[in-house]
Design a protein around this ligand. Structure first.
Ligand code: NAD
Length: 373
């Protein structure tokens, strides 16, 4: 069976998730090319070596360019802060590698356009880390919508709310650096925009109100020196989809108490679906009609009947986890490479998501509806 040499740049939250996913992919999906854990990179040799030992990579480096140019590496995963994505992606593409890049693809639409162009010119397989749509129940929701189970879709209410920035004393991090993007509208907003597109298709126009709630933060943990915040904390967006229905999307990282409220309610004339990532092994379905005394939302619990749940666990209701979603994502990516096909969501889809993000920012500045060009 074909082997693919894997290189990961970055060993933080996502670097570890990618490592878990590549390690577990073959156990869950025996048909994919065999991922060979070749090299991992970080800013210091110590951090990289520690990660290589911990995650089972053969080699490590403090120089990401060594990794992208290594002849034994076929696939590069980029899990560094957003500001580094473009340079690393373009170098990996120039070296002929298949590239997985974390979301958002880049700080600006212009950068994303360049990355799409370079990837498509190279003809390699690309993927971007929109892992939440890899949930088998999200695929079920999309299939149910497409099959008309909900009837004509009349609305979509989507949100991605967390609270990791709610404390005004939490210090400055790379997520607050405007060179990495406009703020939560890209950091979390891109997930709910991507999810809305996955379920209902393209967004045609948008009217956004985007705000910075915390004006300054300590430059470092415990520091009295403060830095002005130039990125947003909350984005509220009214949207109209190309298919005709309207909806709302919200992204916030200051919703005190919320940990992973990536949620939606999609309503149609014949039924509704309600989902929340905080309980992502279930989705609630309401079917209109029938005996009104028995009417109510039915909880659908994930099980092996929701492919590929059974690749992880034969027992329904036992639940899969965040790293399993990442494993599904990486397996699809590796399978696409093996079969010479496009993977999804690829750089082009990430560019379309970025387009919505950037139009939302412009709409908020101009205080008006704008078409997604
Ligand atoms: N898909 C998701 O659900 C999800 C979740 C969190 C973060 N992300 C995305 O993943 C990316 C990273 O986020 P994170 O939370 O893992 O960040 P993190 O801060 O935990 O990790 C970033 C890593 O990159 C390393 N790094 C920085 N500069 C580097 C360089 N020049 N060379 C090599 N390594 C370098 C850091 O040392 C660190 O190990 C971001 O783009 C973020 O938006 C995606």
């Amino acid at each position: 069976m074909r082997e693919l040499g894997i290189g990961i740049i970055g060993t933080g939250f996502m670097g570890k998730a990618h490592a878990f996913a590549y390690r577990g992919a073959l156990a869950a999906f025996p048909d994919i090319p065999v991922p060979r854990l070749e090299m991992i990179a970080d800013v210091t040799a110590e951090a990289a070596a520690k990660a290589a030992h911990q995650y089972g990579f053969a080699r490590s480096t403090a120089d990401w360019r060594t990794l992208v140019n290594d002849p034994r590496i076929d696939v590069v995963s980029i899990t560094t802060p957003n500001t580094f994505h473009k340079e690393m992606v373009l170098a990996a593409l120039a070296a002929g590698k298949h590239v997985h890049c974390e979301k958002p693809l880049s700080p600006t639409l212009q950068d994303s356009a360049e990355m799409v162009k370079a990837a498509e010119a190279r003809g390699v397989v690309t993927q971007v880390g929109y892992n939440y749509i890899k949930n088998p129940l999200l695929k079920l929701a999309r299939d149910m919508i497409a099959a008309g189970e909900l009837g004509e879709i009349t609305g979509f209410r989507g949100i991605h709310a967390e609270d990791y920035m709610h404390d005004s004393e939490s210090p400055y991090t790379w997520r607050l650096d405007p060179s990495g993007g406009p703020g939560v509208v890209a950091d979390l907003g891109s997930h709910i925009i991507g999810m809305a597109r996955f379920l209902l298709g393209p967004i045609a126009e948008i009217n956004a109100d985007i705000r910075t709630i915390v004006p300054s933060r300590p430059v470092a943990p415990g520091s009295k020196e403060r830095k002005q915040i130039l990125v947003d904390d909350v984005a509220r967006m009214l949207v109209n989809f190309e298919r005709g229905c309207g909806g709302s999307l919200e992204a916030t990282w200051v919703n005190t108490g919320r940990k992973m409220n990536l949620a939606f309610e999609v309503t149609g004339r014949k039924g509704s679906l309600v989902f929340d990532q905080e309980r992502f092994n279930e989705i609630h379905f309401f079917r209109a009609g029938g005996d009104s005394r028995q009417a109510g939302f039915t909880k659908i619990e994930a099980g092996p009947q929701h492919v590929p749940y059974g690749a992880f666990c034969v027992a329904p209701g036992h639940q899969i986890g965040f790293n399993d979603l990442k494993t599904i994502e990486m397996s699809e990516f590796l399978r696409a490479i093996g079969e010479g096909k496009r993977s999804s969501p690829d750089f082009r889809e990430a560019y379309e998501i970025q387009k919505v993000v950037e139009t939302a920012v412009s709409s908020s500045k101009q205080r008006q509806w704008l078409k997604i060009a």
